[in-house]
Design a protein around this ligand. Structure first.
Ligand code: PHE
Ligand code: FE
Length: 293
């Protein structure tokens, strides 16, 4: 789940300021039972045997390619999601997650407005879409579903530093809404939480949920010679547009989750002003100041 404007290879997503979902299309999901904070019941009993089987196949395909491509913090936490052969019960998962880092997962009908999203994150409640993609969407789903949200995002919420970063992001989002800077903050989310890479002693690894829940982008992001990979640079990220309907052309690489947390700790108010002055960059732009990784 994430706040933004869009989505792509079965993995990304977003909530735009006014409309949400893609363009004028209403978001997928049943919003009639949602509470004022957009949370709802998971209704686990409503999943069919075919849903559980589809989830099992998605889980199996992604798990099989994590070694050497996903960061260790992610790999070691995947088992915490629960039995891989059925869609987890959010309540059970939340108990384990709460014991680890004080986070819980809450069900939402689908994409939610960004203020509601930020508020939940600031309360250490991660919104997870209830519905699962259809079988014909095995490789590609346009909006985030329960597989992307759980498999992509929840393992790293078991990591204390990353868990704190997500809460700080939520609080920062509420502030950015007041400053009309959500666009800049959405780019930070995109290039870290959704499509971030991390440099480890063993080599580059993925930690972004959009990569980790994607069948094709995991290998592409870590191994392909095509995309550019640039050392983390907060203001550079805030200026950089991103691709929503193809693999990323640029990835930003952090050295550690602590680096990410520390670099985003300062007050963003003056930073937003500088970024607005500096102007926007296309997704595939190169700058002389970029540190290639
Ligand atoms: N430090 C940011 C601010 O003052 C908040 C933030 C933290 C935003 C972490 C994103 C990630 O707005
Ligand atoms: Fe997401």
């Amino acid at each position: 789940m994430n706040p933004t404007i869009d989505f792509h290879s079965g993995v990304n997503q977003g909530v735009a300021p006014v409309t949400y979902g893609q363009g004028d299309r209403p978001p997928r999901g049943d919003y009639s039972q949602a509470r004022a904070d957009y949370t709802c019941e998971q209704d686990w009993a409503a999943y069919s045997a075919a849903d559980h089987e589809l989830y099992r196949r998605l889980h199996e395909r992604q798990s099989a390619q994590l070694q050497g491509l996903a960061c260790e913090e992610f790999i070691s936490a995947v088992a915490q999601l629960g039995a891989p052969d059925r869609i987890p019960r959010f309540e059970e998962l939340s108990e384990r997650l709460h014991r680890a880092t004080g986070w819980e997962v809450v069900a939402v009908p689908g994409l939610i407005p960004e203020e509601a999203f930020f508020k939940l994150l600031a309360e250490r409640r991660f919104p997870v879409t209830g519905w699962l993609r259809r079988p014909e969407e095995f490789d590609y789903v346009v909006e985030p579903d329960v597989f992307h949200d759980l498999f992509g995002h929840v393992p790293l919420l078991f990591n204390p530093v990353f868990a704190d970063y997500m809460q700080a992001y939520g609080a920062g989002g509420l502030k950015a809404s007041r400053l009309e800077a959500c666009e800049y903050l959405a780019r930070l989310y995109w290039y870290t939480v959704e499509f971030g890479l991390i440099a480890t002693p063993a080599g580059l690894r993925a930690y972004g949920a959009g990569i980790l829940s994607s069948a094709g982008e995991l290998r592409h992001s870590v191994l392909s010679p095509e995309p550019q990979r640039i050392g983390f640079d907060l203001e550079r990220i805030m200026r950089t547009r991103y691709k929503i309907d193809s693999f990323q052309t640029t990835y930003f690489v952090i050295d550690s989750f602590s680096q990410l947390f520390d670099a985003t700790a300062p007050d963003f108010t003056p930073i937003y002003r500088r970024v607005a002055q500096a102007g926007v960059l296309e997704a595939d732009s190169h700058l002389a100041t970029d540190r290639p990784r």
